[in-house]
Design a protein around this ligand. Structure first.
Ligand code: SAH
Length: 230
């Protein structure tokens, strides 16, 4: 059957992706590699993009948004140092792919998406695939999701000039936050580790993410993105 042949082809493409894009670039955490092998990325992209799902690049998912490049998903996930017990907060659900990866590596995943249409599509695919420990909410993720805080790990998958302060407040003692931080078109991936009231910051690598639009991020203003002042 064509359907079965397709699945096998996607599975092969996924295995090649893990070997050539992820292992070859130094991702070592065996749990992260296994999750990247398991989650069917092609089911998280629009149907007409499925043939490109395992390419070494981000892809459009509608509404001007993108699903991140597989390597960046693996890298950010590895930086969270998940053991399986954590409550994780993700800001920017997008396609739901990153949330699916996290759901295999942590206890509960709380994810916030600003655009209702994307949240709804992500919710559907996650439900169909049986990722039952992912909880989606529509809203401004720069405010976090205080009801379930604190989180041992927080991942922000859209870029802002600074790490939104509410997210630092909602990070557990000993917790890790990974986020792209910097100007509109190019950012640095940073990891913040909380120790009591101290926040230790490491700079990881150069990245380019779509903007985080909200109270503690960028403001959408007549089609122009301006930094929120004050
Ligand atoms: N993690 C996603 C990729 C996200 S792209 C995946 O695996 O597919 C970034 C997403 O962040 C977009 O869907 C965008 O709508 C969303 N976003 C931007 N600003 C946001 C905000 N303030 N709160 C929540 N989501 C936001």
């Amino acid at each position: 059957m064509i359907f079965r042949d397709d699945l096998t082809e996607y599975d092969r493409a996924r295995e090649r992706m893990v070997q050539s894009q992820i292992e070859a670039r130094g991702i070592k955490d065996p749990r992260v590699l296994e999750a990247m092998r398991q989650v069917p990325r092609h089911l998280f992209v629009p149907v007409d993009m499925r043939g490109s799902a395992y390419r070494d690049s981000p892809l459009p998912i509608g509404e001007g948004q993108t699903i991140s490049q597989p390597y960046i998903v693996a890298l950010m996930t590895e930086m969270l140092e998940l053991s399986g017990e954590e409550r994780v907060l993700e800001i920017g659900t997008g396609s739901g792919y990153q949330a699916a990866i996290l759901s295999l590596l942590a206890r509960e995943v709380y994810t916030v998406e600003r655009l209702p249409s994307l949240a709804q599509r992500a919710e559907e695919v996650l439900r169909q695939l049986g990722y039952t420990n992912v909880h989606i909410r529509v809203g401004d993720g720069t405010l976090g999701w205080p009801e379930h805080a604190p989180y041992e790990a927080i991942i922000v998958t859209a870029a802002s000039p600074e790490v939104p302060a509410p997210l630092l407040d909602q990070l557990a003692d000993g917790g890790r936050l990974v986020a792209p931080v910097g100007p509109r078109w190019n950012q640095t991936l940073v990891r913040v580790r909380r120790e009591g009231d101290r926040f230790h910051r490491e700079r990881l690598t150069a990245v380019a993410f779509v903007p985080l639009v909200g109270k503690h991020g960028w403001r959408e203003d007549d089609g122009l993105l301006r930094r929120v002042i004050g």
